[in-house]
Design a protein around this ligand. Structure first.
Ligand code: PPE
Length: 318
C-alpha cells in the first residue's frame, strides 16, 4: 500500500496512513461482511469546501450495517462529525471519503459472534473515476456476462463489501474486452446498474432509470431525478432492456465516484451521436454547479467546512 500524507480516523482516533492496518484473521477479510460508503467533498466557488449530501451517506452507512446486522459502536452524529474533522485535519479541500464498518478478529468461523466491530474512515483526493476525458467525451460500456446478484441472495440495498465481488468480476471482464465499464442485467434480463454506478437513458426527451428493486439506492441517482424534475424533464423509474439501451438517444452513469459520466457506446453500438447528448450535458453542468455551491436552490445538499483549520491530532498511533 503506497503511503499517503493523510491521517485515517480509526475507531475514534487519528492514525497515520500506514498505521491503519487490519489483522489477517479479520472476519470481514474472509467472509466479506462490511458496510461502507463513498462520499465526495468539493471545493466551492467561494473558497470554502462542502461535502455533498453527507447526512444521506451516513444514513445509508447505518442502513447497510443494519441489514448486515453489524452494530456500529458510534452514533450517526459521531460518524458525521468524524468525517468533517478528518477533512479538516488533513487540509483536504476536495476528497473522496471512504468510511467502512467491519467485523474484526476473534473467533474464526462464519458466525461473527462477539468479534469487535470497527469503524474506519479514510479520505484522499480522487479525480475522474472512469479516466481522463470520461466526463467530457463519454465512455464505452459492455453488458456483462455476469448477472447482478438476486435480491434474496445478496442484499442489494446495502453497500456491503461482499456484494462487490459481482461488480469486480464484471469490471475486470469489461476492461479486459477493451470497454471502460460493465453494465449488469438483473436475474430477469433487464438492465440493472453499472459495476459501481446507477444508469439512466434518455429517449424522446424523457429520462428512464431502473426501479430500485435490485440495485443500490444511489444518492447521485436520487439527486439527478430531483435536478431533472426541477429542469422540467420527465423521469420514469421503469425497467428497460439492453436493446432499448442500444437505441437510446443518450445514456449516462451516476455515482459518487463516477459523478455524471456520459456513455457513448455499449457493446460496440454507438449511443445517440456517440458523444454526450444535450440532456446529459444539461444535468451534468447543473450537478457540478450544485456540488460547487453555485446553485442556491440546492444549497441544502451541502455541508460546508473549512479545510484551512486543522484540529489537534488526538493520537499518533492506535
Ligand atoms: N450502484 C453501485 C453498485 C455502486 O457501487 C454505486 C456507488 C452506485 C450505484 C451509486 O451510488 P451513489 O454513490 O450513492 O450515487 N459506488 C461507489 C463505489 C465506487 C468504487 O469504485 O469503490 C461510489 O461511487 O463511491
Amino acid at each position: 500500500m503506497t503511503s499517503k500524507p493523510y491521517r485515517i480516523w480509526f475507531d475514534g482516533e487519528f492514525v497515520a496512513w500506514e498505521d491503519a492496518q487490519v489483522h489477517l484473521l479479520t472476519h470481514t477479510l474472509h467472509y466479506g461482511l462490511a458496510a461502507f460508503e463513498g462520499i465526495r467533498a468539493y471545493r466551492c466557488s467561494d473558497e470554502r469546501s462542502a461535502v455533498f449530501r453527507l447526512q444521506e451517506h451516513v444514513d445509508r452507512l447505518f442502513a447497510s450495517a443494519h441489514i448486515a446486522r453489524i452494530e456500529i459502536p458510534f452514533t450517526k452524529e459521531e460518524t458525521h462529525n468524524a468525517i468533517i474533522e478528518l477533512l479538516n485535519i488533513n487540509y483536504l479541500e476536495e476528497a473522496y471519503i471512504r468510511p467502512i464498518a467491519y467485523i474484526g478478529g476473534g473467533k474464526v468461523g462464519l458466525h461473527p459472534g462477539d468479534n469487535p466491530i470497527h469503524l474506519a474512515i479514510a479520505a484522499y483526493p480522487w479525480g475522474t473515476y472512469l479516466g481522463e476525458g470520461a466526463l467530457s467525451k463519454g465512455i464505452s460500456a459492455k453488458v456483462s456476462s455476469y448477472t447482478r446478484m438476486g435480491v434474496n441472495s445478496f442484499m442489494t440495498k446495502a453497500k456491503i463489501s461482499g456484494n462487490y465481488v459481482n461488480s469486480v468480476l464484471a469490471k475486470v471482464e469489461a476492461t479486459s474486452y477493451g470497454s471502460d465499464e460493465a453494465i449488469l442485467l438483473d436475474s430477469e434480463g433487464y438492465v440493472a446498474e453499472g459495476s459501481g454506478e446507477n444508469i439512466f437513458i434518455v429517449r424522446n426527451g424523457k429520462l428512464k432509470t431502473p426501479p430500485l428493486t435490485s440495485i443500490l439506492e444511489g444518492i447521485t441517482r436520487d439527486s439527478v431525478i430531483k435536478i431533472a424534475q426541477d429542469e422540467g424533464i420527465e423521469v420514469e423509474a421503469e425497467r428497460f432492456t439492453r436493446d432499448e439501451l442500444y437505441i437510446a438517444d443518450e445514456a449516462f452513469f451516476t455515482g459518487t465516484a463516477a459523478e455524471i459520466t456520459p456513455i457513448r457506446e455499449v457493446d460496440k453500438r454507438t449511443i445517440g451521436k456517440g458523444k454526450p447528448g444535450p440532456i446529459t450535458k444539461r444535468l451534468q453542468s447543473r450537478f457540478f454547479d450544485i456540488v460547487e455551491g453555485k446553485d442556491p436552490k440546492f444549497l441544502g445538499w451541502l455541508e460546508f467546512f473549512s479545510a484551512t483549520a486543522p484540529l489537534k491530532v488526538k493520537s499518533e498511533s492506535k
